[in-house]
Structure formats: C-alpha cells, structure tokens
Design a protein around this ligand. Structure first.
Ligand SMILES: Cc1ncc(C[n+]2csc(CCOP(=O)(O)OP(=O)(O)O)c2C)c(N)n1
Length: 336
C-alpha cells in the first residue's frame, strides 16, 4: 500500500478526472488500489445477484453495495496474519483481506474447490492462511471469536491484532458487551469496527437503541473510540492505522464507528424502499465511494473496471464448472 497523502500534500502523480470534494486526496497508486479493491467487491456482488436470480446460488444473499469503502480502507491497514471476523455481509472484507477470489467464489457457490471445500457456503467463509476466522450468520457472532483471538495474540506476544466488523444492530447483543468489557479490561489488541448503516434489517436506529450514540455507549467501557466517514476509504485507512498501532503497542482496543449506508436492500428479497425514503437512498447513492473513485480516476478508472469485470467473469465460469462436494467426503467427516 502506497502512502496516503495528508490534505495539503500534492498527489505524487496528478489524478485524472474529478477530485473528491471534502475528502483527503490520495496519490494516484493509492487511489487506483482502493478503486480496484472496491470495484472488485461491487462487481462480485452484482455477479452474485445474477447467479442468485439464475438459481446457481442458493439461499439468501446479504450484499453491501454502498459500503465498499469500509472494508477497502480497513483491510489495507492490516497484515496478512492479523485476524479478521466479519458478518453475513462480509464478502468485501474477505476479498480485501487478500483471500483468493476463485476460492471465495467457489465457497459461495458451494464447490469443493472453495475455501472450506464447499461445506461453509457464503455465510461461513474461513481462511486461516489470511487470518480469517470466519464470516458469520449470527448477528454479533464474530465479536467473541475476535476477542478470543486478540487474547491469544496478547498471551503469545505475536504482535497480531484482531479486527471484527459488525453492524449497528449487533451493538444490542449481550455477548458483544461482555467482549467490549473484557477487551478494555485486559487491553486486548482488538479493533471493533461498527458499520453504522442506520438500519438493522428494516429497523431504523432510533427504533432499536435507547441511546443512538453508539460511540458514547461503547466508550463507557473504557475503550478508545473514534468515528469516521465510512464512504471514504482513505479516512477509514487512516483511522484503522491508528487503531492498529495502538493495539500493537499494547494500548488496548479501539471502537470505530464508520458512518455508511447500504444503497440496496437488506437481502435480495428486500427492495429496501419500504422503510427508507427515496430521497435518503438517492442522497447516499450520490456518495457512493466506487462511483466517486471511478469519476476521480477518469479513463484509468474505466479501464480498471473493465479489466476486473473480465477477470471476475472468467473466474465465475471456471467455478461453475468445478465439482460440488461429494457425499462421501461429507460423511467421513472431512473436507478432502
Ligand atoms: C442473533 C441473531 N438475531 C437475529 C438475526 C436476524 N438478522 C439477520 S441480519 C439482522 C440485522 C442486523 O443488523 P446490523 O447488525 O445493523 O447489520 P447490517 O445487516 O445492517 O449489516 C438480523 C436481525 C440473526 N441473524 N442473528
């Protein structure tokens, strides 16, 4: 990852197209890298929607369109062996952490060539070689795993940090609070990244939280807290970099509240419009980080998108012709 420039520093190379108003200017290689990561997520998710419609992908599908800047910025601040847990909406994190695209798509499509040999499926992606300790269908389910990994890292003194990402709704889960408390108490190298997208499924924040100031609530445990524009990958990267440094220095956990918005429904059967106004959706669509970076990069952005589209399409073709897991390998209790 090349360095992100401060607000007043000139970009290393001139950026083509339009600058993003009010956001720090990344240099050209950084902008390209963030765009490539984000556009890969968007293209993969759009492909998954298509595969769901065609029946090649079974079950419910929770996508994160509009939220791509959070995983892109967050994972860029981590090392390969740092730990990560994410949610059912966590495909972007898995890709941004560096997991192999073909193995991820094969797992999502239930193929034996997948990360978990097709037994995990799209909600249970796991890849120890990249520190990925699981995406999870249970709201707040990954928080305890990450807190445990952070405790192990502290005991082992191996310098690893554990990032766990979850939604605003997860903050109302009891076990999350046990983890916040213990992480603060033991100064664990944990980063609690909350994607506040204003809704838990179809429920707005003020219908499910007595105190909607999430940062204040979690800060009361004695955890360092910060808030960030979750639609700006550079800001997320910078905030995460500080949190990672704090964790590695033994100064304990950080809670990051990233303000963002999913511009699509909660899952594929939800158009997302019954509980949100069109004005609100349109306003957030205008802040879409992928579109903004593409505009900023101009022709180069268009070229990267075309290249990624072709790449993802070729991988999907390959994955669709890959074998499903066999009954035998399931019954003898082992992924072969
Ligand atoms: C323990 C548990 N309760 C309920 C559900 C059903 N459920 C799935 S997603 C979701 C909303 C979670 O919202 P939030 O944490 O804000 O994350 P987002 O979906 O917005 O990313 C709920 C209630 C579940 N999966 N697990």
């Amino acid at each position: 990852m090349s360095r992100v420039n401060g607000e007043n520093a000139p970009p290393e190379q001139p950026i083509q197209g339009q600058p993003i108003q009010g956001q720090p200017t990344p240099d050209q290689p950084t902008a390209e890298q963030f765009f490539r990561t984000m556009v890969t997520m968007e293209i993969v998710e759009k492909s998954l929607t298509r595969l769901s419609q065609s029946g090649d992908l079974r079950g419910s599908l929770h996508l994160a369109q509009g939220q791509e800047a959070v995983p892109a910025g967050a994972c860029a601040a981590l090392n390969k062996d740092d730990y990560l847990t994410a949610t059912y909406r966590g495909h972007g994190y898995v890709l941004a952490k560096g997991c192999d695209l073909e193995a991820v798509l094969a797992e999502v499509l239930g193929r034996s060539t997948g990360l978990c040999h097709g037994y995990g499926g799209k909600m249970h992606l796991f890849d120890a070689s990249h520190g990925l300790l699981g995406t999870n269908g249970i709201v707040a389910g990954g928080i305890g795993t990450a807190a445990g990994a952070a405790l192990a890292a502290k005991i082992d003194g191996n310098g690893r940090v554990a990032l766990t990402v979850f939604g605003d709704g997860a903050i109302n889960q009891g076990h999350a609070h046990e983890c916040f408390n213990m992480a603060a108490l033991y100064k664990l190298p944990a980063i609690f990244l909350c994607e506040n997208n204003l809704y838990a499924e179809m429920t707005p924040l003020d219908r499910s939280h007595g105190n909607t100031n999430l940062t204040e609530r979690i800060g009361s445990y004695g955890i360092a807290t910060t808030q960030v524009d979750g639609n700006d990958p550079v800001a997320v990267f910078q905030t995460m970099t500080e949190a990672v440094a704090r964790a590695r220095k033994g100064e304990g956990p950080t809670f990051i509240e990233a303000h963002t918005y999913r511009t699509i429904g909660h899952y594929q059967a939800d158009p997302g419009t019954a509980y949100r106004t069109q004005e609100e959706i349109d306003e957030w669509r205008s802040k879409n980080p992928v579109a903004r970076y593409q505009a900023m990069l101009g022709d180069k952005g268009d070229a990267i998108r075309a290249e990624v589209e072709e790449h993802v399409e070729s991988i999907i073709k390959k994955v669709l012709s890959s074998p499903l897991p066999t009954w035998d390998s399931a019954l003898v209790g082992g992924a072969k």
